[in-house]
Design a protein around this ligand. Structure first.
Ligand SMILES: Nc1ncnc2c1ncn2[C@@H]1O[C@H](COP(=O)(O)OP(=O)(O)OP(=O)(O)O)[C@@H](O)[C@H]1O
Ligand SMILES: [Mg+2]
Length: 398
């Protein structure tokens, strides 16, 4: 898994260094990163949020702490409450109930949106079409009474940060979709809010542009040291960009953790399936070891895996054995002696998808397994079983 966040100094760092605000921004970023390690320094604390639209419960007892400078991604299927979460934080929606909702230590439950120190970037850009790019970006500064020359300088800086230098005098209608989203981003960062809320900002862009913008957003986040709360439907986007991912389901938090936690150690069947564990088999627990591994029985096949966090299995419990399609390797009969976690099966069909091949295998009892092979030259067309490492398999509660 490629993590953008672990890369070295990026474009925005370089850019910030070359702009007038370099020292301030770099110090800000360094301070923010240092502050992230202070356990009690939360920019957002939300305890027991409930939000209702009439009879629809969009947030159902959600609690979340976000550290200063963190990049938190909210992931979840349509209707799970992601946008509502952002609207409640920003104040665009007055929360129905909250035991606590503080931004930068201030109770904002009764504070209107305009007075909260956070800005939202929407998928739909929400730009002023009759204004130029520079006027759009400078609008928030004008409202705050920032002197004209200073506002222009800051708008120019923000535009260069999103790679739109020289396009300040253009009208919005003269820009591409990607450029409009950059203007929206520049307009949001120019006022340096404590938290930037981004609601699927790349959703309308094509794949290549989205990929480029992902990297730029991570760079900008790093350079500014601002806290980002970012919504996406895309598992890949969440995994590559975030410090932490909050997976939502039906108005609740299904799981919240690092990208590695969610990718390798989903805590529930829903999280596993959402994060791409294509094979989820019902099984019975045979034994649990002290290192957190379990042996299970699946229709007479004994398999090993790691117990999901929070699961407390005992012998005889019914459970689920989950493994990703790309972690199953097809093998021949003569290889099964030396392999662990062997599941006997035969090829059923396969689909060539360009970068990889998806195969379906059928077990004697007709259970189907999904196999994904990236190295197609090494994938046998014929096989007698599949094997996987115990550490790639998760044992989940029903
Ligand atoms: N203004 C509204 N009035 C009534 N119900 C609403 C309103 N806005 C959202 N909802 C409902 O609240 C729930 C959560 O909606 P929300 O927009 O937060 O979901 P979402 O996770 O952002 O979905 P999507 O990925 O489609 O944007 C859904 O059931 C939705 O139908
Ligand atoms: Mg939404």
């Amino acid at each position: 898994m490629l993590r953008m966040r672990s890369e070295g100094a990026g474009y925005a760092d370089t850019l910030v260094s070359s702009m007038g605000l370099s020292a301030q921004a770099e110090t800000g970023a360094r301070d923010a990163r240092a502050r992230m390690n202070a356990p009690d320094d939360f920019i957002l604390r939300a305890v027991d949020l409930v939000h209702q639209y009439g009879t629809v419960t969009a947030l159902d007892h959600v609690s979340l702490d976000v550290k200063r400078g963190e990049f938190l991604t909210i992931l979840g299927e349509s209707g799970s409450g992601k946008t509502t979460m952002l609207r409640v934080i920003s104040g665009l929606e007055k929360v129905s109930h909250a035991a606590q909702l503080t931004l930068d230590g201030v109770d904002v439950r009764d504070v209107p949106a305009a007075k909260r120190n956070c800005t939202t970037v929407f998928q739909s850009y929400a730009l002023f079409p009759h204004m130029s790019v520079e006027e759009n970006v400078g609008y928030g500064l004008k409202l705050r009474g920032v002197p004209k020359d200073e506002a222009r300088r800051q708008a120019t800086d923000a535009l260069s940060m999103v790679r739109l230098s020289g396009k300040g005098t253009r009208r919005i209608g003269q820009l591409s979709g990607g450029e409009r989203q950059r203007v929206a981003l520049a307009r949001a960062i120019v006022t340096r809010p404590a938290i930037l809320l981004l609601d699927e900002p790349l959703g309308a862009l094509d794949e290549k542009l989205r990929y480029d913008m992902q990297a730029e957003l991570v760079d900008i986040h790093r350079a500014l040291g601002m806290t980002f709360i970012y919504i996406t439907h895309s598992q890949e986007e969440a995994l590559t960009m975030s410090d932490r991912i909050m997976l939502m389901r039906r108005g609740r938090i299904e799981q919240c953790g690092t990208p590695e936690d969610l990718f390798d150690r989903p805590a529930s069947r829903f999280a596993a399936e959402f994060m791409g564990f294509d094979n989820v088999l019902p099984c019975t627990v045979l034994a649990v070891s002290e290192n957190g591994e379990a042996r299970v029985d699946f229709n007479g096949t004994v398999l090993s895996g790691v117990c999901a966090s929070g699961a407390n299995f005992k012998e005889g419990d019914s459970a689920l054995f989950a493994v990703r399609a790309e972690r199953l390797a097809p093998i021949l009969n003569e290889q099964t002696q030396r392999a662990g976690n062997v599941i006997a099966c035969a090829p059923a069909d396969h689909i060539y998808r360009g970068k990889y091949t998806d195969q379906t295998a059928r077990m004697a009892d007709a259970t189907r397994l999904k196999i994904r092979s990236w190295d197609q030259s090494a994938t046998p067309g014929q096989f007698d079983a599949v094997t996987c490492r115990a550490q790639d398999c998760v044992i989940l509660s029903h």
